[in-house]
Ligand binder design. Sequence first.
Ligand SMILES: NC(=O)c1ccc[n+]([C@@H]2O[C@H](COP(=O)([O-])OP(=O)(O)OC[C@H]3O[C@@H](n4cnc5c(N)ncnc54)[C@H](O)[C@@H]3O)[C@@H](O)[C@H]2O)c1
Length: 441
Amino acid sequence: MKVTVIGTGYVGLVTGACLSEMGNHVVCLDVDPAKIKILNEGGIPIHEPGLLDVVRRNVAAGRLEFTTDIERSVAHGTIQFIAVGTPPDEDGSADLQYVTAAARNIGRTMTDFKVIVDKSTVPVGTGDKVRAAVADELARRGLAEMEFAVCSNPEFLKEGAAVADFMRPDRVVVGAEDERAILLMRALYQPFVRNRDRLLIMDVKSAEFTKYAANAMLATRISFMNELSRLAEKVGADIELVRVGIGSDPRIGTHFLYAGAGYGGSCFPKDVKALAMTSAEMGIPSKMLKAVEEVNEEQKLVLVNKVVAQYGEDLSGKTFAVWGLAFKPNTDDMREAPSRVIIGELLKRGAKVQAYDPVAAAEAQRVMQGWDGLSYAEGQKQALEGADALLIVTEWKEFRTPDFEAIRDSLTDKVVFDGRNLYEPELIRSFGLAYHSIGRS
Ligand SMILES: NC(=O)c1ccc[n+]([C@@H]2O[C@H](COP(=O)([O-])OP(=O)(O)OC[C@H]3O[C@@H](n4cnc5c(N)ncnc54)[C@H](O)[C@@H]3O)[C@@H](O)[C@H]2O)c1
């Protein structure tokens, strides 16, 4: 099939690459010429495990192309995926300007039937707005009769495992009411759900809502565990044992029950905010989502509060090694990463920070440009050199079994603040290190 993907970010690029892997001919459009240049030169602009191979293979086979040419990209695909960003507006609602611009571009140049698929995470009712934008552009061209369909196909991939998630999805949600669109979407996704049909066809609004409901539920689990972790510390319980204790109940399950330094990333924070805004606009303000957000904001400070409890408010003269900057492992995505808050708080109190991340350093330098007192190390050990204490903020695999003796010998104060509960307290203390973690008294 001929497919166009608009937006070559984490979602668009993975979508385009994985669809081409199944034999589709995909053209990916982006308005950012720098991204398209990288892609056309054989690279990829993001860190996503396994993606480069898929991209290279399909470019070489002539099934995957990248362009900034709107007219060409609209002419190409019968199916047009919109996978552009939907960042939070000032009031927290989703900013739909990029989605609308993409829709208008389609309406401005299309010459035959198109299935326009919204893959971006968008509030309920956006399908109608996309339809109106396309219809408006067609009417301006005197082509009001030209047919098109609008679908919702929210994306559930996880950064860091995006290719595997797209190739073997838990479910594919398609919101569509047009029979031709349903047929085409079924055909497009059939190869991804061959062993067991996981295609869920529903109405557009329910599909749009499903994505927000899923992310809000996951964020709620995290905030709930984070809140419990504070109580666990006070009452002398161990949140890790509690996690296993409750997770073994199949009604609860083991996923997304980890207490930590707060959730971040490009999705949970903005999607929780956007759903809360929709609730408020509909006259049913959400008490739960407000609490989920509040707990998360506080949680990003938990590690800093432990540092302050140890050293006092004035951290001048202190140097902290920070391991992990990305909002989670296996990605270079720094959007809403707790590390940004934590480092900012340390610097504000006069500390110096030596940060290390296996892949996110370049992106971190971009988003924390000009932050006085922040430097970047080439590796774990270099980050420790001359530092007083270590903070662990992202649970990269390489931090899970570190050289505890080297940590002890490098750190002046021999203290580790672990925002991801990576170690057995008894084990790490046996190396002569003081150890502070989350929810373990
Ligand atoms: N990142 C994730 O893990 C994830 C997962 C599921 C859903 N989503 C949702 O998918 C959407 C995209 O997220 P992302 O992380 O890929 O965003 P991103 O910021 O990485 O990429 C968006 C891309 O769209 C491009 N763009 C903007 N306007 C355009 C236009 N008019 N025409 C062509 N290109 C345009 C931008 O230049 C950018 O490259 C968001 O709504 C997000 O909430 C993201």
